[in-house]
Design a protein around this ligand. Structure first.
Ligand code: PEP
Ligand code: MN
Length: 332
């Protein structure tokens, strides 16, 4: 249940009530809001006089649900905004991993030359094998921050462990929670304590309900800036790396109020399929795309097969613009 307390209830009283009824307390749109588990169907009698409005939910999709807030949430990423009524589709580009200054500078220059705003690059890579390249860690974060500084780009990078959150916040504009980390409550709770936008990738074996519950961890902890990212599920198919769940995207658009970014690169796993899949994604009217691009994909230290080269990436944007326009969106 979500409860909006009356305006005359101040924050410290709200916190007191929250602890009495074992609810979360957040201040949202200048209002004291309490969130209980979905099992609660009636307002506790002890607080009835303090309640302005309340919503009952059949499950723990609460703050993220359209039933609570029908308008899509707006999220600011540095100097750009997605969601709300913006109808912006942000094209986020860059390599899977930050590998060297020369490499990430080349990516930054590509984005700037295309008028794009947001650079991706992993520094703490959640690799399946301990023997694969694990990322440049702090050195990589510093390189991203340097690109942010020199080129005025926003940067997004992933967190592998809750202890890295402070570092990630210092050097980046968006915290990416990877597919394998979607269930990591240490990470989700740490993300909830900041105001930085958090992009949560759907676990490749997660239901939509579980995906949204991960978002609820961040929202109910007080951070409203949550973005969902569909990046493909593991199915019986082995010809492609994963299977992008566009049905799931339609479901999220219907039932949640969160901006949605799609990642055709990880879903497909092979560069040849990324441009057409990207166009299919944009045709759904989404808030962004995450596309991996590398100055020389053949020598990439992670996800080499799926990264576009810079010529392919530059060509892609031109083909996305009319698709976005056909559904009332604008590529930024
Ligand atoms: C990535 O974005 O490079 C990545 C590791 O993604 P995912 O968590 O979706 O596998
Ligand atoms: Mn990758």
């Amino acid at each position: 249940m979500i409860i909006h307390l009356k305006n005359e209830v101040n924050s410290s009283e709200a916190a007191q009530i929250a602890s009495e009824i074992k609810a979360f307390h957040i201040v949202y749109n200048n209002r004291n809001v309490l969130i209980t588990g979905s099992g609660v169907k009636e307002v506790p009698v002890t607080i009835e006089s303090k309640v302005d409005e309340f919503w009952v939910f059949p499950n723990d999709m609460q703050l993220s649900s359209k039933k609570y807030q029908s308008e899509k949430r707006e999220v600011k990423i540095g100097k750009i905004t997605i969601g709300g009524t913006t109808n912006n589709t942000v094209l986020i580009g860059g390599p899977c991993s930050v590998e060297s200054e020369e490499q990430i500078r080349s990516s930054a220059e590509l984005l700037v030359s295309m008028g794009l705003s947001t650079l991706r690059g992993g520094c703490y890579k959640p690799r399946t094998s301990p023997y694969s390249f694990q990322g440049l860690e702090l050195e990589g974060l510093k390189l991203l921050a340097k690109m942010r500084e020199e080129y005025g780009l926003n940067v997004i990078t992933e967190v592998r462990d809750a202890t890295q959150i402070d570092q990630i916040i210092e050097y980046s504009d968006v915290i990416q929670v990877g597919a394998k980390a979607m269930y990591d409550q240490g990470i989700l709770r740490a993300c909830a304590k900041t105001k930085k936008p958090v992009l949560i990738k759907r676990g490749f074996g997660s239901t939509l309900q579980e995906f949204v519950q991960a978002a609820e961890f961040v929202l109910s902890g007080g951070n409203e800036n949550v973005i969902l990212c569909e990046r493909g599920l593991r199915t019986f198919e082995t010809g492609t790396r994963f299977t992008l769940d566009l049905c799931g995207v339609a479901w999220l658009q219907e039932y949640t109020n969160l901006p949605i970014i799609l990642d055709p690169s990880h879903a497909m796993g092979y560069a040849y399929g990324v441009p057409s899949l990207a166009r299919a994604c944009v045709a759904m009217g989404v808030d962004g795309l995450l596309i991996e691009a590398h100055p020389n994909p053949k020598v990439a230290k992670s996800d080499a097969s799926q990264q576009l080269d810079h010529t392919e990436f530059a060509a892609l944007l031109g083909t996305l613009r009319p698709v976005a326009a056909s559904v009332g969106y604008k590529m930024i």
